[in-house]
Design a protein around this ligand. Structure first.
Ligand code: PLP
Length: 426
């Protein structure tokens, strides 16, 4: 069993096989002290090696100008191909099934062109209740664009009264209920608010057996959980790279399109020259001939200055490997849960972890409902160097990111939390 002492936390750090990666990141400071950073699920920290990747593009541009497209050491015209191998390992795909382009919501819109094809009575989309707002707006606008009413065409899977998480059996029941009206299932693989992880394999197979396409928004999953998108037979997926994948604010998104769709000539899509047959891209032909792979969904030539930080990060993930990351993730998340429980016992704190306690239904994040404390406690934590985020009505989200958080951070956090609650309720 764990212990709530600094010595014990330091001992866990000394046994941590990936502890050295903490030194690869730049931590902001509060009151001259390195922060405890719990918001890597919102914006990951900057890796120290990233700047060199960006500087490389800047000097190639300075020294080579247009020639950089072909003669830079990492040529720009096919820079995105450097992601195929390492990124495919992060999401469990074939290299040809992934690529990087645009931003997340934009990519979801583009993938809807291919995978939301309502016809006859099959026009409904199934999603989770209180999906991330951008996903809700995206779905509503797509449905309206196709001439349907969102109130009718978008079906939400709800939480049961008084429960914080969605039950797996309720998802399957909803798929049954919508039945042959179901065109598409699009859910966040890891819920941004509660941190709940969905059983993507089962849900994908079940909805496909009813004739629907299945896509996943992996914003909170990429770089956080074990994904096997190819083997799960997922139709498509997209994720951003600035959360667990540390590529910098608002940066480029990744997409997955299953191999089974690569050569389908009937697949509708919005096309551009970067999705055109690579051997003939610069022949400037009038007829579009899609690359057979996720790259067939590319549109424009790529923002290489933005891709550079993502490449730095993807290569780091490749070095570490998802298995080592997940091993530490489970341990540090359990340790954080233990610390929260200990502090609660010591001072009778009025808060509750709403993330599922079942380890297969959660990953890095613990969401804590502050019943008694509220916003003042959040402000206290921030002022004292614990960076978390606040979500209405009364939730703070804590992501002990395994790449750069330490076990000692968890112990230290417990002490700040305790002092904060005591200061607010003297
Ligand atoms: C973070 C997040 C987004 C953000 O979308 P952008 O297009 O990158 O601004 C969208 N959906 C989910 C589920 C997210 O967690």
């Amino acid at each position: 069993m764990f212990q709530n002492t600094r010595e014990y936390a330091q001992q866990l750090d000394s046994q941590d096989k990936i502890a050295q990666y903490r030194n690869e990141f730049i931590f902001p400071k509060v009151n001259g002290k390195q922060v405890i950073y719990f918001t890597g699920n919102s914006l990951g920290l900057q890796p120290k090696r990233t700047k060199a990747y960006v500087d490389e593009i800047m000097s190639d541009w300075a020294n080579l100008a247009v020639e950089g497209h072909f003669y830079a050491e990492k040529p720009w015209w096919d820079y995105q191909e450097r992601f195929a191998n390492p990124l495919s390992k992060v999401v469990g795909a074939l290299p040809s099934e992934v690529t990087v382009m645009n931003t997340l919501t934009v990519n979801l819109h583009l993938l809807m062109v291919s995978f939301y094809r309502p016809h006859g009575k099959r026009y409904k989309i199934l999603c989770e209740e209180k999906a991330f707002p951008s996903d809700q707006y995206m779905l509503q606008s797509q449905v309206k664009f196709r001439g349907y009413n969102p109130k009718d065409a978008i079906v939400e899977i709800k939480r049961r009264e008084g429960e914080h998480n969605i039950r797996h059996e309720d998802i399957l029941a909803k798929i049954d209920e919508v039945g042959d009206e179901l065109a598409l299932v699009l859910i966040g693989g890891v819920n941004y608010y509660t941190g709940q992880v969905f059983d993507m394999k089962t849900i994908t197979a079940y909805a496909q057996s009813k004739g629907a396409f299945v896509g996943w928004d992996l914003a909170h999953a990429a770089g956080n959980i074990k994904l096997d998108l190819h083997d799960w037979n997922v139709d498509f997926a997209a994720w951003c790279s600035y959360k667990y994948m540390n590529s910098g604010p608002g940066n480029v998104s990744g997409i997955f399109v299953h191999q089974m769709h690569h050569a389908d000539p009937e697949m509708p899509r919005f096309a551009g020259w970067w999705g055109h047959n690579k051997e003939r891209r610069f022949k400037m032909e009038p007829q579009f001939d899609a690359v057979h792979g996720a790259e067939g969904w590319q549109i424009s030539n790529l923002p290489v200055i933005s891709l550079a930080p993502y490449l730095a990060s993807v290569e780091m993930f490749d070095e570490v490997g998802m298995d080592a990351l997940i091993e530490k993730r489970d341990k540090i998340t359990s340790y954080l849960e233990f610390i929260l429980g200990e502090i609660q016992k010591e001072i009778n704190g009025d808060f509750e972890v709403i993330t599922p306690s079942n380890p297969v239904e959660r990953a890095c994040q613990l969401s804590v409902y502050l019943h008694g404390e509220g916003r003042n406690l959040f402000d206290y934590l921030m002022k004292n160097g614990v960076i978390t985020d606040w979500r209405e009505p009364n939730v703070i989200r804590l992501a002990p990111v395994p790449l750069y958080c330490s076990f000692e951070d968890m112990y230290e956090f417990g002490q700040v939390l305790k002092a904060g609650i005591q200061a607010l309720h003297p």
